[in-house]
Design a protein around this ligand. Structure first.
Ligand code: DGL
Length: 268
């Protein structure tokens, strides 16, 4: 058992969906969340840069004595998970394996679809993770960068969101995709718009899936915070830049949870 915090990081505030899912499933756990808002977005950057940013953030979280690190960012998970696992003294988990496992477990016939940032799609990480579980499974991917902007602009229930869904998902849907992995922290907020257009899709929310993996990992390593069952974990939120829109986005991704976000600059 351990009352040390869980470290969760993302390129921005989108990973708060993961923070929320972990907090709901494991309310006693203390959490330190870092969103790299000053260097957002990661999805259009090179692997080398994403790995450097991810290492810097992880080093900081380790200095805060976290007991495990959750890479909430799909783009960082795709670029840096293997390296961080080799380098860090605590368990490290990323959203991609959790998303791939959940999609394969759905037992829906046909190809699995993935929408994500350019960097995540380019890394082919979801394709590899799915094929490791089900070698014969066809995987169709599409970068859906505009979905990030649509979400950040608060246009989650708009005609633009539905148009973008047609553009990004239409071809996959025609080719038989019925299980679709939302491979970016922002995309779970677009579930409604996507289902308005394609109601027969089974959407895989990687944030929810990874929360179950956090619980399983803590249990396996005997790191759960077991004590007084009424104890509520402390959530510390940090971001590398605090802007006017940050609070609005925080409320969107974290449902008005009243924890404050503090500014924290991390560099190499
Ligand atoms: N957190 C990123 C992801 O899940 C959001 C987009 C970005 O940073 O480009 O891929």
């Amino acid at each position: 058992m351990s009352d040390r915090p869980i470290g969760i990081f993302d390129s921005g505030v989108g990973g708060l969906t993961v923070c929320k899912a972990v907090n709901e499933l494991l309310p006693a756990e203390n959490i330190i969340y870092f969103g790299d808002t000053a260097r957002f977005p990661y999805g259009t950057r090179s692997v080398e840069t994403i790995v450097r940013y991810s290492r810097e953030i992880s080093a900081h979280l380790i200095s805060r004595s976290v007991k495990m690190i959750v890479i909430a960012c799909n783009t960082s998970s795709a670029a840096a998970l293997d390296r961080l696992r080799d380098e860090l003294p605590v368990p490290v988990i990323g959203v991609i394996d959790a998303g791939a496992r959940a999609a394969c477990a759905r037992h829906v016939a046909g190809p699995i679809g993935v929408i994500a940032t350019r960097a995540t799609v380019g890394s082919e990480s979801y394709v590899r993770a799915i094929k490791k579980i089900d070698a014969g499974r066809e995987v169709l991917q599409r970068q859906a960068t505009l979905f990030v902007t649509i979400t950040e602009e608060g246009l989650i229930d708009s005609e633009i969101a539905r148009l973008a869904a047609r553009e990004y998902i239409g071809d996959m849907h025609l080719r038989g995709v019925r299980t679709l992995i939302l491979g970016c922290t922002h995309f779970p907020l677009l579930k409604r718009a996507i289902l308005d257009v394609y109601p027969d899709l089974d959407l895989v929310d990687t944030g929810v899936e990874i929360a179950h993996e956090v619980r399983a990992t803590l249990h396996k390593k005997n790191l759960e915070n077991i004590g007084d069952p009424s104890h509520k974990g402390i959530i510390e939120l940090y971001a590398s830049d605090i802007t006017d829109t940050l609070q609005r986005l925080k409320n969107m991704f974290f449902c008005k949870n009243d924890a404050k976000i503090e500014k924290l600059i991390i560099s190499g």
